[in-house]
Structures are given as structure tokens and as C-alpha cells.
Design a protein around this ligand. Sequence first.
Ligand SMILES: Nc1ncnc2c1ncn2[C@@H]1O[C@H](COP(=O)(O)OP(=O)(O)OP(=O)(O)O)[C@@H](O)[C@H]1O
Length: 266
Amino acid sequence: MTLLTVDNLTKSYVGHGRHVTALDGVSFTLAEGQTLGLAGASGSGKSTLARVLLRLLATDAGQVHFAGEDWLTLSGSRLRQRRRGMQMVFQDVLGAFNPRATVGSVLDDPLRIHDIVARAERPREIAGLLDRVGLPTSYAGRSIRELSGGQRQRVAIARAIATRPSLIVLDEAVSALDASVRRRILELLVELQQERGIAYLFVSHDLAVLQVVSHRIAIMHEGRIVETGATNAVIGNPQSSAAKALIAAVPRLVTGTPTEPDPSHP
Ligand SMILES: Nc1ncnc2c1ncn2[C@@H]1O[C@H](COP(=O)(O)OP(=O)(O)OP(=O)(O)O)[C@@H](O)[C@H]1O
């Protein structure tokens, strides 16, 4: 079943005498429980697309259907209600929080705002979320600033899954992490997807990361999707010059091996 349909999205930034077309007629679909990897060089429009989908940024034109709804026209209480279905993990989303905020309060927010479980149940739910992302439950009392980058991303993932979403948009979610930490976070994401049937839109400039998690890959270049296909077809036999350039930029990429996404080979 199709979960997300993006149709002809267009977005320009205007200001300081400049006009930049960041999205130029972007269309794609994403099925339930699947991962679409969105790759592209810096400035190709990936973050703009992620922000438009999350309703953090308005689009100029185009449509999005998400979970059967006309997503970009939702507003007010209906939008607030439906946001629980689409969550995000950004490069350092927790960096935007008050650094003194505790892990427990960061996880309590979505549970309270979206009324996921009764108030009395929340501490147990928070402990379960921490445990699921591989953190000790005692971390609920720690402040965000005490955590390493990898631990922060685990909390960000726990926060994203707290509302039991059908889609998580990840924007360079593992890019700032060391290779071994990155590999373990990718494994966790793959496990969570298999367990819970969550779809991911996984934005990264790094095709080696996308190869691990993606069922399909879309390549962005100058605001357009210039190529899309099954992960190993795109990596093994790229058609566009943008895809070829991204592949050339990752020497460790395993090309020409038609296998399923495998979390043990990042
Ligand atoms: N707030 C803004 N004001 C003006 N131009 C912007 C703004 N945000 C992005 N742009 C421009 O829009 C284009 C697309 O940027 P975007 O950040 O979406 O690309 P990206 O592929 O995510 O790149 P990166 O990986 O470097 O973040 C770029 O040319 C960028 O300079």
C-alpha cells in the first residue's frame, strides 16, 4: 500500500536579490514499511524537501498525500493530531533543545502532547522506549548535554517512535557519527522498521549509508529527482551523471552485488 505520494512539489527561496529554485517539480511515492533513500549533492534540495514534508516549511505548489489525507492542506487541531503519524530524526535534532532538558522530559513531551498513554503510565513507557533504543533506563534523569552524539541520536529515535508513527523522515541522521556508532544506529533503524512496519524517507549525501537501509533510492540534482530505482540497480548501474558522481564520491561502496539491504554491511 502506498503511504506517501508526493506530486510536483515546487519551492523557491527569494531574498537578498537571489532566487533559488530548491524544489523543481518533485514527485515520488513511498510504500508502507519501506525505505526510500534520497541522495544528492549539497544544495540539491534534500533538506528543503524534508522540511516541506514535515510542514516546517510551506511549498509554492504541489501536493502531498500521506496516510490517505491531503497533507499540505491540513491545519489547526487536525494537523496537530495527524503529526503523530510522521516523525523526524535530524542530524542533531536534540541540539535544538534546552541542553539542560532531561532525556525523560524529551520523551515525555510526545507522549503527553499526543496522549499516547495515560499520565501514570508514562514513566514505564519512557523506560520501555529507552530500553528499545539500547539505552539504560536510568538515562531518563540525565540531561541531553551529558550524552554522546550516538546516544543523542538514540534518544531522537526513541522520541520519533514514541508516537507510533507510520513514517519517519531522517535528514542526515547518522552523518555526524563515527563509523562504528553509525553502523549500530543503522542496525537499530532496520530492526525497528522490521518490528513496527515504519516507512523511512532517509535523506543522505552518502550512498554507502543509503545502501544499508534503502529498498529504493531517488537521486536529487538541482531540485529535481533525476533517477529512481531499486537500491542495487541505481548503485550497480547508475544512469544519471548525478548518481555517477555520488557513487564516485564513496570509494567503500559495494557495487554490482544484487542483495537485500543488509545492516551488517554498512
Ligand atoms: N533559507 C534559505 N534561504 C535561501 N536559500 C536557501 C535556504 N535554504 C536553502 N537554500 C538554498 O536552496 C537550495 C537547496 O538547499 P537544501 O538545503 O534543501 O539542499 P540540500 O540538498 O539539503 O543541501 P545540504 O546537504 O547542503 O543541506 C540550495 O541552493 C540552498 O542554498
